[in-house]
Write a protein that binds this ligand. Structure first.
Ligand code: HEC
Length: 166
């Protein structure tokens, strides 16, 4: 009975595993495999960091529109420093991250940190135009990374590349 159900599982699972391999490698959403391969601990950390980033973005908007520049800097700085790739991970986890994450992911992550650092400076200098500029650039990077690496989580971001013939 036990063997039977294990066999059944195999029969059910194997085609779906093969499918994933074959199809996704060539489709737009091929990059999600690297994320899915992360150990549950790292994936959990990534998810937590994402929620922190989102919280930071949501906190900044009302400060920005009401001119409370001084309160923006510390939030931007926290976003810059708290991100998973900058966390004190063990050497093994670091290695895992770098070997499993798609290479474009790390580049986007670096851009994100550059922008949050710039937002912090803009806030310190009390320059609303620059604060607005870097804030919107940060939002663009969220979307850009999700479009490339997280459409499994945000299916609405799958690029619409269908040809319409005109
Ligand atoms: C370098 C790539 C990258 C950047 C930059 C990025 N994200 Fe994400 N985000 C991801 C990936 C990958 C996932 C899916 C994680 C998973 O499936 O475990 C994700 C998931 C999320 C989630 C869902 C978390 C959950 O588990 O519920 C939120 C919310 C989120 N991101 C917000 C943001 C916001 C806000 C920004 C910008 C301020 C941002 N992300 C920037 C890659 C990125």
């Amino acid at each position: 009975m036990k063997i039977l159900s294990q066999l059944f599982l195999l029969v059910v699972l194997i085609p779906s595993l093969c499918n994933g391999e074959g199809n996704e490698r060539h489709s737009i959403d091929n990059s999600h495999s690297g994320i899915a391969d992360l150990s549950p601990e790292l994936r959990n950390l990534l998810s937590q960091e994402m929620l922190h980033l989102q919280k930071g973005m949501m906190e900044i908007l009302p400060l920005y529109v009401s001119g409370r520049w001084a309160e923006i800097g510390p939030i931007a700085s926290k976003m810059e420093n708290s991100y998973i790739l900058k966390k004190s991970l063990t050497e093994k986890q670091m290695h895992e991250l770098h070997s499993k994450l798609p290479s474009g992911f790390i580049g986007l992550d670096q851009q994100f940190h550059y922008l949050s650092g710039m937002l912090e400076h803009a806030a310190e200098m009390e320059k609303p135009e620059l604060i607005g500029f870097y804030y919107s650039k940060m939002g663009e990077i969220c979307v850009s990374c999700h479009t490339q690496h997280a459409t499994h989580r945000f299916p609405a971001l799958v690029p619409k590349t269908k040809v319409h013939g005109h």
